[in-house]
Design a protein around this ligand. Structure first.
Ligand code: AHG
Ligand code: MN
Ligand code: MN
Length: 337
């Protein structure tokens, strides 16, 4: 059987679903940048890319060399092609302006250039998460700098979302709003090959992912739910659950897209100004679109994440995503509280 490459899949989408040619080109360029990041990640100490930069990003987190390098790779790959009106990244304070010498386009790209930074130096899977929005109105044709407001659209407005995972295999998981496809990087050929045609999240699961060390800071509904999970067969849920926590959202979500599960990063009582750790625009929205497109669910405990109207670029949210039954259960506990 002939192999279907990412390029061929995108061209077929253009024919069958009217995917615009500029969106196709944009996805191709993002995927090419991810190939480059994958290469840098896999070199590790040989490429001199491990360790920290000695700087902090806008959220006060220490930047690793690979956070900064991946950010640069994505900016350089995407700034000249004429498909974008601007970009925003977890690693940059403000919206990135397309340099004046290049044409502008109709889309906005947001990304977490390297997710799971704490795992880089220990050789555990990391990834790149991205989301594509349309630039509202004619914002790309204006000469004024692009403001933050253009990006502040609910996740339902995403036209594409995906991630690359740099693990034992490098894979690209993508949705254009018509199901979820998985491509594996064939390193010898340098091409992304469609290997997972219709990714689905099972509705029920007996596996959950949460950083248990934060337990004392969680709110009552999460305490109740996780206690019930830990009670297993003898408790009200009547079954034994298994726990996994990789601490790279891409890797935890990848496991859930592969065999089901529930991922939780609850809101934390430590700093009321930060409702959760994960970022709405770079992490929660793209992952929620993928999970929903695969038949799963995603909420912040109270509402569907994709319905949240963002108020700032670097906004954080609580995240509960994965197999429908468990997401609905933990969300229900929040509503009862
Ligand atoms: P990033 O490396 O982009 O800052 O994101 C890390 C996130 C996410 O990948 C993961 O789920 C979570 O932080 C891990 O948090 P803990 O440190 O609480 O395990
Ligand atoms: Mn991240
Ligand atoms: Mn990151």
């Amino acid at each position: 059987m002939s192999r279907v490459s990412l390029s061929r899949y995108l061209i077929e989408q253009t024919r069958s679903h009217n995917t615009p040619a500029d969106l196709r080109f944009l996805i191709e360029v993002v995927a090419r940048a991810c190939k480059e990041i994958s290469h840098a990640v896999s070199k590790g100490a040989l490429g001199g890319v491990l360790g920290s930069m000695g700087t902090e990003n806008v959220q006060g987190e220490v930047q690793k060399k690979l956070d900064v390098l991946s950010n640069e790779i994505l900016l350089e790959a995407n700034e000249w092609g004429g498909t974008l009106a601007g970009m925003a990244s977890e690693e940059m304070d403000n919206a990135y302006q397309i340099p004046g010498q290049y044409p502008k386009g109709a889309y906005l790209l947001t990304f977490d250039p390297l997710d799971g930074s704490s795992n880089i130096d220990v050789n555990v899977s990391v990834g790149t998460i991205f989301s594509v929005l349309r630039c509202p109105g004619e914002c790309f044709s204006q000469n004024e700098p692009l403001g933050e407001e253009a990006f502040l659209q609910p996740g339902t407005k995403q036209v594409a979302a995906g991630y690359a995972i740099y693990g034992p295999q490098t894979m690209l998981i993508l949705t254009l709003g018509d199901g979820v496809k998985g491509f594996t990087l064939d390193r010898e050929m340098g091409s992304w090959v469609l290997t997972h045609d219709d990714i689905r999240v099972p509705e029920s699961t007996a596996e959950f992912a949460i950083n248990m060390s934060n337990q004392r800071h969680w709110e009552a509904p999460v305490q109740r739910y996780v206690n019930e999970l830990l009670e297993g067969k003898a408790g009200p849920l009547g079954k034994d659950y298994n726990m996994r926590w990789i601490a790279s959202m891409v890797a935890d979500v990848h496991r859930i897209l592969t065999r089901g599960g529930l991922f939780m990063y609850p809101r934390d009582s430590r700093d009321p100004s930060k409702p959760g750790k994960l970022r709405l625009m770079y992490e929660a929205n793209p992952m929620s679109m993928l999970i929903e497109q695969a038949g799963g669910a995603s909420t912040d405990g109270h509402q569907r994440i994709l319905d949240i109207q963002p108020t700032s670029l670097h906004q954080r949210v609580a995240v509960y995503l994965g197999s429908k039954e468990e997401v609905e259960r933990v969300t229900g506990y929040h509503h009862q509280a």
